[in-house]
Ligand binder design. Sequence first.
Ligand SMILES: *[C@@H]1O[C@H](CO)[C@@H](O)[C@H](O)[C@H]1NC(C)=O
Length: 235
Amino acid sequence: MSFNTIYVMLMWVRMAPPLPLIFFLLMIHGVSSDDWGVSYSPSHICALKDSTVIMRCTYTYPTGYKIEKVFWTETLKGDESLDLSEDPEYSQRLQYLGDKQQNCTVRLSHVTLKDSHMYYFRIITDKPDGKYTGKPGVTLTVTDLQVESPERVTEGDSVNLRCKSSCALTDRATFIWYRNSQPLTERRDRNNELLLQSVRREDSGRYSCAVDGHTHISPAVQLNVMCEYRLTFSL
Ligand SMILES: *[C@@H]1O[C@H](CO)[C@@H](O)[C@H](O)[C@H]1NC(C)=O
């Protein structure tokens, strides 16, 4: 119980009749850590391939229990749950930023598409019944980027290229476009679309996209701008 809580209680004792005090005590009893709980915030994360993810997490456990071990796992196998920090797939990339009291935040770096699944936080205490896994866990979706573009367009057309991800990246994502590996510096946008108005043959090339501040870059997609007369000729 914090000093503030005690202070507020003392004020209540001085100012209020006993009945509300009893209710108040019941109330703080409810919010104190007398129960098992793990909360993940947010509970769904969309991350770009190769990026670093922070899974924010807090936990509570009943008083009278002593924490022996806390860890993150990807299975719900009870005592057989594997500690991810001992899994060669994760050990180099996983860093526990939490503590042995209430913070279970973890950081996972260089995420791959294979990392897309649910993660759980598990608590082991000194008592045989004192084990708990926070279910449901936090869902990580790792996405790469793909350029969506029409294959052929005709000179004069307006063309919309889209930098596609399989889950919604944060609003803060700023997209960068490349043509033949050269950044189109004037095209830096919160929008994941690149609008090429009235295209010319020089707009032909291999287009790729990325998100500012991230190393992952989409595979390049060829855009061919055809001359109008050729089409007319072939008709
Ligand atoms: C938990 O720890 C992380 C990493 O140190 C920190 O960023 C976060 O603010 C902490 N959360 C709480 C609720 O203390």
